[in-house]
Design a protein around this ligand. Structure first.
Ligand SMILES: [Zn+2]
Ligand SMILES: [Zn+2]
Length: 328
């Protein structure tokens, strides 16, 4: 056993920092959830909302009445108490091609991953689910590098490998692809790695600050001083992403590390939220509008509802992680 970190929530025996299971009673000390895990459990039988007939997992349509069956991943809600995530199909797209994965160790180490399937590729939801799961496993795993930036890079690398090998040894160039943003919180520090235009924000009170910089056409022409932001985002190429995880790309993440020296909320999200609410400050206001003492799930639901009310033109995924300030 390592240094003491606390006691088992089931049997109250002391447990060690970083232990995954209670040595006394076997209770898991790692809590996690993901779109993949949700879809896997709910996929076993599918009941038609119209006629009540039960169809197998292989079919998209009801055997009896022919209705298109809802996908179990149309809306994923994961509530781990200290953090929560929602992933919603939105109002326009026929499938939810985003995926989320989040988890927390008893010692407070927390990780969240949001992936957004690239809709011009085949079955992009498979890439998003595989990438988010693979990244979370590394972020909360025992074998990954201890240093946070190296750990996040290893997580993105694993996600890239998971996506690249989805179709075995015979990947096609239009095979499943996705963006990824991964956040890792440990030791008073937030480390974020990303590929594409999924984002992380730091929200403190009604203020919001973007921690990531999109790998997109618009963000890059602005960064190079070729256009101002208004002109760049008005261009039809604005949202074209310049980096992603796919069958024939090497993962090329940016990674930043910031101390959370004041109390605030880490928000990890797909563009389905920020397209509808582009200003970080507005996102902060909406989050604060959930009220003092609102649970992470209540804040995640509120931000999802705001994006739906604004049009819900894309899949919407948000993970909300409130953090205490630490002395640095
Ligand atoms: Zn126990
Ligand atoms: Zn999207």
């Amino acid at each position: 056993m390592n240094a003491l970190a606390g006691s088992c929530p089931a049997c109250a025996e002391p447990v060690g920092l970083g232990d995954r299971f209670c040595e006394a009673c076997g209770t898991p000390l790692l809590r996690k959830g993901s779109t993949s895990a949700e879809a896997a459990t709910k996929d076993v039988v599918r009941k038609c909302p119209a006629c009540g007939a039960v169809s197998g997992t292989a079919t998209e349509y009801c055997d009896e009445c022919g209705l298109r069956l809802p996908d179990p991943a149309d809306r994923t809600t994961i509530d781990l108490g200290a953090l929560a995530g929602v992933s919603d199909r939105g109002l326009v797209h026929h499938r939810n091609e985003d995926a989320i994965a989040l988890g927390r160790l008893l010692d407070g180490t927390t990780a969240a991953v949001v992936c957004d399937g690239v809709s011009t590729t085949r079955q992009p939801e498979r890439a998003a689910r595989a990438a988010s799961e693979a990244a979370l496993a590394v972020l909360l795993g025992v074998d990954a590098p201890v240093e946070p930036v190296a750990r996040v890079r290893a997580a993105v690398e694993a996600a890239g490998t998971a996506v690249a090998t989805l179709d075995g040894s015979n990947p096609s160039p239009d095979g499943p692809s996705c963006t990824l943003v991964a956040a890792y919180v440990a030791g008073g520090e937030v480390t974020v790695g990303w590929v594409g235009d999924s984002r992380a924000y730091w929200l403190a009170g009604p203020d919001g600050r973007l921690l990531t910089r999109d790998h997109s056409w618009a963000a890059e022409v602005v960064a190079e001083g070729l256009m101002d932001e208004a002109a760049a985002f008005a261009d039809r190429r604005a949202h074209t992403i310049t980096r992603w995880l796919g069958p024939d790309t090497r993962p090329d993440p940016d990674v930043v590390s910031v101390p959370h020296d004041g109390a605030g909320t880490l928000l990890v999200c797909s563009d389905g939220l920020w397209n509808e609410v582009p200003e970080a400050g507005r996102i902060g206001e909406f989050a604060a509008g959930a009220g003092d003492g609102a649970t992470p799930l209540a804040v995640a639901n509120r931000l999802t509802e705001v994006a739906l009310a604004a049009g819900g033109r894309d899949n919407i995924s948000v993970v909300v992680i409130p953090l205490e300030g630490v002395q640095v």
